[in-house]
Ligand binder design. Structure first.
Ligand SMILES: [Zn+2]
Length: 277
């Protein structure tokens, strides 16, 4: 079976306190890329929006290869355009965007029928609906959203860092992982079976490292980003950097302008005071 490594740190087996050992662990992308994926016409929901659609493909032979991914899948997936049906409080990732994602990273998850691979995508609660109702969500509802490969729940977790949501994602993801001990190195290898599990796992890693952030530029084309320092407020896109520079100059100008105006006012008041004295 062909497997690929995502990222690894070199460390030998060492002892750590509190009844644990620290092991070297690698994460392996253990799936293949779909062959010639194509979209089936979407079905509409009652609000007239996209209800669900399927991507069909031939069985893959080429292994997914993280070393070829310039941008990691979680950052790409969470920024894919989605279309919403506000009257139903639902949204779904746009079909062509997900088709492009599937070609590069593989299917989010995969069923097989008649020697065809099928990736089924359903609309589910929108980011807005999740933000409003999150406190009432039951574990079953979280599970349904994660089972539906909901982009919105990931966006919500990315944006808010909500503890309960992140824990539910961790619980769901943990159940899908298959640990395996490599005999040659003694390292633990964890096989990840599809792009959705990998997306969630990478999100959890970067969330724990304090890297997940949302770009402050309201016009940012891909606002969910990974920051390299805690104080970073905008993503690395050229237009966002330019926006921040413009904003900074404007703020500076306003502050200094108002200081200058105040000083002028005080000077004039002083003069008037002298006149009437
Ligand atoms: Zn940005």
């Amino acid at each position: 079976m062909v497997t690929q490594q995502v990222r690894s740190k070199t460390s030998s087996v060492e002892k750590k306190g509190q009844g644990t050992y620290v092991f070297h662990c690698v994460i392996k992308a253990d799936w293949q890329l779909p062959v010639e994926p194509e979209l089936e016409p979407a079905t509409r929901n009652l609000g007239g929006g996209v209800g669900e659609y399927r991507i069909l493909a031939g069985p893959g032979v080429v292994a997914a290869d993280p070393s070829r991914w310039r941008t990691p899948p979680h950052r790409v997936f969470v920024n894919l355009p989605a279309s919403a049906t506000p009257e139903l409080g639902t949204e779904i990732v746009e079909e062509k965007a997900l088709l492009g994602f599937s070609k590069r990273y593989g299917f989010l998850s995969n069923q097989t029928a008649n020697n065809r691979w099928i990736s089924k995508v359903e609309s589910s609660a929108s980011l807005e609906a999740i933000s409003q109702n999150i406190s009432a969500y039951t574990p079953v509802e979280f599970r349904e959203l994660l089972g539906a490969k909901s982009q919105a729940i990931l966006k919500y977790a990315w944006k808010s860092g909500d503890k309960r949501t992140v824990e539910e994602i961790a619980e769901y993801t943990s159940e899908s992982l298959r640990p395996h001990v490599d005999v040659a190195t003694g390292a633990v290898a964890i096989k990840v079976a599809d792009a959705w599990t990998m997306t969630c796992l990478l999100f959890l890693r970067d969330h724990a490292a304090g890297k997940t952030a949302v770009c402050a530029n309201p016009e940012c084309p891909a606002p969910y980003f990974l920051r390299s320092r805690k104080t970073q407020k905008i993503c690395e896109a050229g237009e966002c950097v330019a926006w921040a520079q413009r904003n900074y100059s404007l703020k500076w100008w306003r502050e200094n302008e108002s200081k200058a105006a105040k000083a002028k006012e005080q000077r004039e008041e002083g003069k008037r005071g002298k006149k009437w004295r």
